[in-house]
Design a protein around this ligand. Structure first.
Ligand SMILES: Nc1ncnc2c1ncn2[C@@H]1O[C@H](COP(=O)(O)OP(=O)(O)O)[C@@H](O)[C@H]1O
Ligand SMILES: [Mg+2]
Length: 265
């Protein structure tokens, strides 16, 4: 009975969400949250109704990256997501916890419950896009999302160019296939650094490995994002780089977002 009720709730919510995009990677620190936040911001700048769910329970970073400083308010049984100035609705364990340095020490079932509640107990309302920012790997969090979402539109996989990152991507791709999560494509982040003084590009983590791997695995390659100090700074300031219309990197994110939109149309 309880399960049926939950199924109905999930159906009511998913009926209101037009497209769902899961951002993941086999590895930490490759720029998943940065990519998720910039895609969300770009879609929102194009006047879409966008939600961004931070599924990283141990290292939530979305509130900081998109400048969502408030706390979510609560109704009787539901939570209102935070809304950024640009209208992105977002929820994160980082916004719900008191500001301490205490880590969240939760085992699988608790994390799964939290993520489930982020879906069922949050007033998302009608959304054109709901984006899920996942922690690295193929553990409880991605599994929960895969189990909850009846028909996810797909996953965007983020990698950096070097082999230690690329080898984890094979696992992410296999995972997506196993849980019937369509693969929208692969993004190569931190791909080359253009020196602002001499204009020469140095491939700090290598370059081109993402495209090669996408070809090998027969998944679409969505594009490269360079190492750009402005990405890091904009993340620190809570104002994703796509908001800077003059930035070249911003244009890369726009192109990638266009491709994602087209692939899940
Ligand atoms: N292309 C890039 N150029 C410069 N800094 C980046 C780039 N992508 C991500 N970063 C920075 O690297 C750090 C890790 O990125 P983050 O998105 O949190 O990774 P993940 O979510 O995969 O752990 C952040 O400080 C972010 O600002
Ligand atoms: Mg992250």
């Amino acid at each position: 009975m309880k399960k049926t009720k939950q199924k109905n709730t999930i159906k009511t919510i998913t009926d209101q969400i037009n497209k769902s995009i899961v951002v993941m990677s086999g590895k930490g620190g490759v720029g998943k949250s940065t990519v998720a936040a910039n895609i969300a911001m770009q879609l929102s700048n194009e006047k879409n109704k966008v939600g961004l769910m931070d599924c990283d329970i141990h290292g939530p970073s979305i509130p900081k990256i998109i400048g969502a400083k408030q706390k979510p308010t609560q109704n009787k049984k539901t939570i209102n997501p935070i809304e950024t100035e640009t209208g992105i609705k977002t929820i994160s364990i980082g916004s719900l916890q008191p500001e301490t340095d205490e880590p969240v020490i939760w085992r699988g079932p608790l994390k799964m419950k939290a993520i489930e509640q982020f879906f069922t107990d949050v007033n998302w309302g009608k959304l054109d896009y709901l984006i899920f920012d996942l922690p690295p790997g193929t553990g409880d969090e991605p599994l929960t999302i895969a189990q909850i979402l009846p028909n996810p539109d797909g996953t965007v996989i983020v990698t950096t160019p070097q082999e230690v990152a690329l080898q984890t991507i094979r696992k992410s791709v296999k995972f997506a296939e196993k849980v019937n999560l369509p693969i929208i494509g692969l993004i190569e982040n931190m791909s080359g650094f253009k020196c602002p003084n001499c204009q020469e590009t140095t491939n700090i983590f290598g370059s081109g490995g993402g495209k090669k791997l996408a070809l090998e695995l027969e998944i679409p390659f969505l594009g490269k994002i360079p190492l750009d100090p402005e990405i890091m700074e904009s993340g620190e300031q809570g104002n994703p780089i796509v908001n800077n219309k003059k930035s070249k990197t911003s244009k890369q994110f726009q192109k990638i977002t266009d491709q994602i939109k087209n692939k899940i149309k």
